[in-house]
Ligand binder design. Structure first.
Ligand code: NDP
Ligand code: ZN
Length: 165
């Protein structure tokens, strides 16, 4: 199913994401290492979603690198190819826009994404909602967590059908 080149690509993506996110932490009260999250998204796609498409799995590992690190489209294109770059760009918010506008656009764009991007977004929302439920940021009120859930539900509405599992 996978050839050695696929495994190599996956390993290089793991190392690339770990390096790019190395000084970042998640928002949970333990301030978990950031890399745990992209690994969890890739693992969710593999284990629950049954996804065996290498571009989607590599895209999951890299899904927050353009948005949250100094990684560039050129680096991703060179190391992982045009298909991976395309999917990572699809799941990357335009950070020049205000936060609330970015959140509105995620809802609006969800149903227009490629199948690969929809699967990554779905796994990303599943992981973030799981994290909020099990280990919420210390400074988030219940109301804020509930608002995040309500927003996630609206994004996921546009992703439905892409992976029933
Ligand atoms: P943020 O967008 O600030 O944070 C949520 C994002 O943080 C997630 O989508 C996830 O993105 C990432 N993340 C990192 N660690 C975790 C974790 N442990 N659990 C879940 N997600 C995690 O939050 P909001 O959507 O609530 O904020 C939207 C705007 O509203 C911001 O400008 C915020 O400052 C403002 N605001 C809202 C309040 C409210 O009560 N709703 C109160 C104060 C401010 P990824 O996977 O991409 O890393
Ligand atoms: Zn994410």
């Amino acid at each position: 199913m996978f050839n050695p080149d696929d495994i190599t690509l996956f390993m290089v993506a793991l190392k690339f994401a770990a390096t790019k996110h190395r000084q970042q932490r998640r928002k949970d009260s333990d301030a978990s290492p950031y890399i745990n999250h992209p690994i969890e998204v890739a693992h969710t796609l593999w284990e629950i979603g049954g996804v065996r498409d290498i571009v989607t799995l590599v895209g999951a590992l890299l899904h927050d690198t353009l948005e949250d690190t100094d990684a560039t489209p050129e680096e991703i294109q060179t190391q992982f190819g045009a298909e991976v770059l395309a999917v990572v760009q699809e799941v990357t918010d335009d950070k020049s826009l205000p936060k609330l506008e970015r959140k509105r656009l995620q809802i609006e764009h969800a149903s227009h994404h490629s199948t690969r991007a929809k699967q990554i977004k779905l796994a990303d929302k599943i992981c973030n909602v799981y994290d909020l439920a099990h280990s919420p940021p210390k400074d988030w009120s219940l109301k804020r967590c509930q608002e995040y859930l309500a927003w996630s539900e609206k994004v996921v509405a546009g992703l439905r059908g892409v992976n029933p599992a």
